[in-house]
Write a protein that binds this ligand. Sequence first.
Ligand SMILES: Nc1ncnc2c1ncn2[C@@H]1O[C@H](COP(=O)(O)OP(=O)(O)O)[C@@H](O)[C@H]1O
Ligand SMILES: [Mg+2]
Length: 289
Amino acid sequence: MIDSPLSPSEIGAAPVIVDAPHAPLVNVRGLHKRFNETEVLRGVDLEIGKSEVVCVIGPSGSGKSTLLRCLAALETYDEGEVRIEGELLGYGMRNGRRVRASQAEINRVRRNVGMVFQQFNLWPHMSALDNVMEALMRVRRLPRDKARARAAMMLETVGLAHKGDAYPAKLSGGQQQRVAIARALAMEPHIMLFDEPTSALDPELVGEVLQVMKQLARDGMTMAVVTHEMGFAAQVADKVVFIDQGRIAVQGKPREVFHDAQHPRLRQFLQNYFDRNAFWSRGSQEGQT
Ligand SMILES: Nc1ncnc2c1ncn2[C@@H]1O[C@H](COP(=O)(O)OP(=O)(O)O)[C@@H](O)[C@H]1O
Ligand SMILES: [Mg+2]
């Protein structure tokens, strides 16, 4: 019996804290998502452990973005479970039945999930610093001076301490994406979701963004990254997940997925990729040894 100052009825009303220190940070079970008649996710099971980096690869339209968006509660899902740090996202139980959670409850469960998109979505009329400060003041309710100090620190983390006053139009795509990463990091997420963060960038700007992401991974950030940067995935991922037609077809360590691919659709996917990037496989094999 827990020695608690709360009355039994108060204990009953308190949120259920799942005391499971070894539980995965993200736990997805039997996830299904439909858009009208189309079933886009068809039973996804995925665990992401603390400090784990999971790279998600797969053909266009296979459901990669939808999966990440479900983890960030930007989409509702139809069946299955998404748990963030043990807590069910999007739904609650009432009288033994599953019901949609309130927006406030959804926001509470996903408060530690940060997301970075292909399009950086910065406010064009705000400086880099103001872009990073905005949610700190509006969502986290930090006073301006505290928000400014934290935003400045985050810009420094992504190598842009000197660009605080610059407006997005004056920044390169790579710099804008780094501001977007700083903005997400400022909220002190426990996990960062990246949806093709370098796909909108000119090739010569990809490296600076991947560098920031590698540093985050080294610092122990838990990350799920949808990417076509196979070299990055090979170097940084603890686990690579291949999604095909709304299902995880293959998952494993990068070496297993990239070099020992047995699954026919994965082989085909990688083959198409290698054909377009003929020089890559040599570089990655050198990187692996
Ligand atoms: N809001 C939406 N409404 C209807 N269909 C959607 C919507 N978002 C995505 N889809 C469809 O879901 C499928 C998976 O999309 P998506 O998750 O974006 O794939 P990926 O990121 O792997 O390219 C695609 O067929 C896409 O057209
Ligand atoms: Mg996508």
